[in-house]
Design a protein around this ligand. Structure first.
Ligand code: PLP
Length: 380
């Protein structure tokens, strides 16, 4: 669509949210965090990541993640460069012994499965799929050494509970969870997972480029076991190297310092306000507003039919095509400073998608719903 096709609809300023960022990643970065970054712009930015000031921030990030997620004794927070997508390759080399099982229910979960399927050193993975808008369950299988789950499928707005496969302990198989858009806003029991990995540009309101992984003792043991097996691994994807560097509060190669700083700010904000329980309740409040509005609406419907599977952090809302074109709606919103409500492109639905991460004010989410009603009325 070109800008000339977008109807010129001005939303009254008293209806508009105070902050118009509703992206599902990158997501709203709190202005306070950006101001804090600017304040260290001349002293901390542009200094060595091998020196104490930056290492102190990495240490604070590792502590902050452990606190926020309530990690038990013995779990370690590891980090490296390249975001979650790079971590899939890290896992392909450093966590899967031979055969993995993947729950694929959207773009991101399917991508990890595809990366594993293409790896010549592994057996073909078992991939259990379910239609978009739902999630499958694990199926315990002998010979499977890693189960790949996704806490929140960002492309479809489906969240799933995290549980070890029935009767399968960490000594037999690891449970690895892509929590990129869930970590820090959805409660879970860390004892049910071995590798809980994510990136900072979603719930953690930082910027992209890093991966982080909370690793159980069984996961750390697996890393050592695979290293001892002599399997070749590119150094930039090597979990042994990443683990060694993380323990020294460093990364193997140069990280983006601004990303680390913003991440540390957000962790402090979440932990200072009450931690995971508080963050989850803030996102739940926003989700209650959006799903409640859609259910009451004549033209909007939550895409995820089963309420228990609806994500508390990413709402996908189908719109009646006879009433409104979602692409035009999102473009009008964008023209009013309300951005990134576009649906996940490959899902191909007449839909809006709303990021409801803890950084987003629940009042702004309510304002967004009112703005959508306003624009739809103006369009019809
Ligand atoms: C955003 C996202 C990714 C990709 O993260 P990158 O850091 O861009 O690689 C992977 N998985 C999920 C569930 C996501 O939401």
């Amino acid at each position: 669509m070109t800008t000339t096709d977008v109807p010129d609809i001005r939303i009254p300023s008293d209806l508009r949210p105070a902050d118009g960022r509703f992206g599902s990643g990158p997501s709203k970065v709190r202005p306070e965090a950006v101001a804090a970054l600017a304040a260290v712009g001349g002293t901390w930015m542009g200094t060595s990541h091998r020196q104490a000031p930056v290492k102190a921030v990495v240490a604070s990030v590792r502590r902050g993640v452990a606190e926020l997620l309530g990690l038990p004794e013995g779990y370690e927070v590891v980090l490296g460069n390249g975001g979650t997508t790079a971590f899939w390759d890290v896992a392909t080399f450093g966590l899967i012994v031979a055969r993995s099982q993947h729950l694929a229910f959207g773009e991101f979960s399917a991508k990890f499965a595809a990366a594993v399927a293409a790896a010549p050193h592994l057996e073909p993975p078992r991939v259990i799929e379910s239609p978009p808008g739902t999630h499958p369950g694990t199926s315990p299988e002998a010979g499977t050494d890693l189960y790949a789950l996704t806490h929140n499928e960002t492309s479809t707005g489906v969240a799933m509970p995290l549980r070890r496969p029935e009767g399968v302990g960490p000594d037999e198989a690891l449970v690895a969870v892509d929590a990129t858009s869930g970590a820090g806003a959805i409660e879970f029991d860390p004892a049910e997972v071995d590798v809980y990995y994510f990136a900072p540009q979603k719930v953690l309101a930082g910027d992209g480029g890093l991966w982080l992984a909370a690793c159980s003792p069984a996961a750390v043991e697996r890393v050592g076991q695979l290293a001892a097996s002599g399997r070749w691994c590119p150094p930039s994807l090597d979990l042994v190297i990443a683990l060694d560097n993380s323990r020294a509060n460093q990364t193997y190669n140069t990280p983006a310092l601004a990303t680390l700083f913003l991440l540390d700010q957000q962790l402090a904000w979440l932990n200072g306000n009450g931690g995971l329980g508080w963050a989850a309740s803030r996102s739940r409040a926003s989700a209650g507003t959006v799903y409640g509005w859609a259910e009451a609406s004549e033209y909007a419907t939550p895409f995820v039919a089963e309420p228990a599977k609806r994500s508390p952090v990413v709402a996908t809302i189908d719109l009646d095509g006879a009433v409104v074109d979602a692409g035009i709606l999102s473009a009008v919103l964008r023209g009013n400073g309300i951005v990134d409500t576009e649906a996940y492109r490959k899902l191909g639905r007449n839909q809006v998608r709303v990021g409801m991460f803890p950084a987003v004010d629940p009042d702004d989410v309510a304002a967004l719903c009112a703005c959508i009603d306003h624009v739809v009325a103006a369009l019809s």
